[in-house]
Ligand binder design. Structure first.
Ligand code: NAD
Ligand code: WQD
Length: 338
């Protein structure tokens, strides 16, 4: 049984990946400082899988306490989700983002080196493509970022590329996620943002439960099918499975690999809104608002490489994603509570 250390494993994508790892018989250790998550997630993981993973409430920026985990456990691979991810906040508080995202990762690479752990999956983002020259986007596209959050992802990718260049026995996957939504079928784990949601799906679900009055749609004059922004939404359970497939690849001594994880299909804001109405069975009021600074018209992935090299293909469609997001939100109107 291989042991996987999951940083940020109490968070949205991390918790779903932990469930998938346990289902595939991995032994899982979670490290999370609970900055953007809740301890109840551990109980929920237990209800879903029958297993409570070992959990360390530790900040990955705290080298000494982070090191204890490597001292106390024999780790085969790390999946590194821990990080701050709010684009708007990163513009206002850039140092917070550089400090948290870069230092935690530098500590991690240093400890992996010290304790001879050779396999790493890193949560990168489609944000590293900036405004792409065309869609769909493949992994060879130019990288350029437009905000401090995105810059931390690109800097970490660069660090890992440099590290892999001289450490040929180090296996590392840079996974560029598109727009994860949806939740585990059980409705026990899901996305649980603090405050006003920045992202589209949690905003819609909060309108649906009556926490917000209406959805603001940021612009309807983009060069897209209906004028609203087009994105590649991927079910978080598909994304979780992508991590398990990626681990299989790393364990073949892959060296450095980079994959887009999306569905390859673009969906507009209005299309997602309509699909959600179908899933919940009632109207979601919306208003057209001005464009949001920094948004682009279309962003969706070419996922051929992940399919060819690791057999990754998203199974869930937009209707499934809306159904599962709604199921999670309706069962947990106030997020994680006992
Ligand atoms: P999340 O905020 O739900 O999960 C991140 C977890 O990391 C949280 O539980 C948080 O408490 C923890 N964390 C943050 N800093 C930490 C630190 N210094 N030490 C220990 N724990 C720390 O976010 P998510 O949506 O699950 O995203 C996971 C990763 O995927 C992030 O790196 C994010 O940038 C990346 N990503 C997310 C998306 C998305 O839309 N959700 C898209 C692309 C990439
Ligand atoms: C999707 C679409 C908005 C909210 C972000 C990050 C990206 C990655 C994924 C981490 C856009 C529109 C949104 C709302 C709206 N995260 N929208 N009303 O911007 O594609 O990507 O999350 O790496 O880096 O930038 O996702 O969900 O914010 O927006 O009309 O209240 O929905 O304009 O067209 P985005 P999103």
């Amino acid at each position: 049984m291989k042991t996987i250390l999951v940083t940020g494993g109490m968070g949205y994508i991390g918790s779903h990946t932990v469930v998938e790892l346990i289902n595939k018989n991995y032994d899982v250790i979670i490290v999370d400082n609970l900055y953007n998550s809740n301890k109840i997630v551990l109980k929920r993981i237990n209800i879903i899988t029958g297993v409570t993973p070992k959990f360390y409430e530790v900040d990955c920026c705290d080298y000494n306490n982070f090191e204890k985990i490597f001292k106390e456990n024999k780790i085969d691979a790390v999946i590194h989700f821990a990080g701050l991810k709010a684009v708007g906040e990163s513009v206002n508080l850039p140092l917070k983002y550089y400090q948290n995202n870069l230092i935690s990762t530098l500590n991690l690479i240093d400890l992996m080196n010290k304790y001879n752990v050779k396999n790493l999956v890193f949560s990168s983002s489609a944000t590293v493509y900036g405004a792409p020259k065309s869609v769909p986007i493949d992994e060879t596209f130019d990288l350029h970022v437009t905000n401090p959050y995105g810059r931390t992802k690109l800097m970490i990718e660069d660090m890992l590329r440099d590290y892999c260049f001289v450490n040929k026995d180090f296996n590392c996957a840079l996974l560029r996620y598109f727009n994860p939504i949806g939740a585990h079928k059980s409705g026990l784990i899901g996305e649980n943002p603090n405050g006003i949601p920045n992202n589209l799906m949690p905003y819609i679900t909060q309108v649906a439960i009556g926490k917000r009055e209406f959805l603001g749609i940021f612009g309807n004059d983009y060069n897209t099918v209906d004028g609203t922004g087009v994105r590649d939404y991927i079910h978080v359970c598909d994304l979780a499975l992508g991590h398990v497939l990626t681990l299989d690849k790393l364990f073949t001594n892959s060296g450095l690999v980079t994959y887009n994880l999306g569905t390859g299909k673009g969906t507009s804001v209005l299309e997602l809104h309509d699909a959600f109405e179908k899933a919940c069975g009632f109207k979601i009021p919306y208003k057209i608002m001005p464009r949001r600074a920094g948004d682009i018209d279309s962003c969706y992935a070419n996922c051929d490489k992940a399919y060819k090299e690791i057999g990754f293909k998203a199974q869930y469609n937009i209707d499934d994603m809306c159904k599962d997001s709604w199921n999670w939100q309706k069962n947990n109107p106030d997020g994680y509570t006992e």
